[in-house]
Design a protein around this ligand. Sequence first.
Ligand SMILES: [Zn+2]
Length: 508
Amino acid sequence: MLFCSCIAAKEPAIRYVVDPYHAYSYEEMLEDASTLEQMYPDIIRLDSIGESVEKRDLLLIRFGNGDRKIFINGSIHACEYITTTYLMYMIDRYAYAYKTSGIYEGFDLKKILDSVTFCIVPMLNPDGVNLVHNGLESVRNPEEVSKIFTGYADWKANINGVDLNRNFDNNWYVQRPENGPSAGGFKGYTPLSEPESRAVARYLDSEMFWTFLNFHSKGEGLYGWDDPNIEYYPQLASMVSRIIEASNYRKFIDTPDTDYGTLLGYVRETYLKPALTFELCRYVYGIPYPDEDFDSVWAPARTFCLIVAEEVMNMEAQEYLVFQNNKFLHAFCDEEYAKTYAAKWANSRVLYIQGGIEKLMNMTVSDISVFVDGRQADMQAYNINGNNYFRLRDLATALSDTPARFDIEYDTGSMAVMMTKGKSYTGDHEDVAPVSSGTMAVPSISGLCLNKEKIEAAAYNINGNNYYKLRDIAAAINFGVTYDHHERKISIDTSVAYEDDTAGFVGS
Ligand SMILES: [Zn+2]
């Protein structure tokens, strides 16, 4: 028995964690999230996207292990905090089902959570939620807030009185009636003026999402179904029809009166991917939806994210990748569509990569060692799609005292790396931070020249440095290379000429 309880202390027995039938607070969310992470470490990881005005952490929950990411947020509007309850309850129920039967309402959770990752910010406006729950005396700067505080029940804004769902840089400059900080509807003095909206915008730029879901709580309906780009992701239509079939929700339409500065509009226009806003709950005027009635909120909406996940799994591979120089921005299933996105960014290009972005993430750190004329060289190899690549500067340094020496310069005008044969390497052998496996290797945009003649060599860019296949450089400069697979060792012999011995040189 003692032995059993000892194991139990390390891996808590699974149980339901979230109690939804009361005003669900920020502190409770943090505590429940941490309990869930301990219970389900293989599918739940906690993170943060930034801080609120009052320095509360904006919690991010990564739920699942799949490559296809879905962004979800709740409580952008403070009085609609039941959306946080909903998302936390959802994670709780799905995770429990994942660990027990593996099935929730007929959905195969194992398959879903292996294929997608839900990236969930359950409470984007924690300061506003705190005001709604705990009143003026609980805020950091009660004097300031008291100037705009007119009773807390229908407070939507953040603690500066800015409506975060009007603060995004999309259709923000439309003329609006003069207004200022208030309980709801004020768009801020500039787009993205608030730390919460800035944090989310920055985060959305840092990962590629296949779909965006925003949760509000006014009226059992859906925005975003009428997307003009729907031909590029037909799964949006099936998402919408399945959601409506499951819930009987209505289709809502944004009017020019409401469609400015919203997160939905912003993500749709910026990333050109499906985005939906759910209005959970029957409409109630002026007060938060009654917490004790949570079951009637959950029942029609309990499979929404699973439906979306299945449709995301059905989407075509996004094989047209858009880069800004060597920085990956986003991927699309259609070349022309990718070009419309690329056109918004300076120095951008579209590359077709079979298998999509996952293919580029397959770089691994290689354990192969390199010897130059019998001495071990300081050269780290990286394996990309089965071939070993090396940093050109490392090779130049290793060869600088040999007959195969060459110098390198980068010519910004022609965007080419210029090698000069017979000259010792003059650059510094500056240390490059080690790159870990899984870092993206991007086909390089730089050309390569030897004595001003262009040469063909496959190259990848990893974190701003160009990496080449040793064999391509050996052929160009003309030195001998042999590979010993048993020792996992490459030997460079600068006293002999290059021989194309591909058969004995597999993997390099
Ligand atoms: Zn709302």
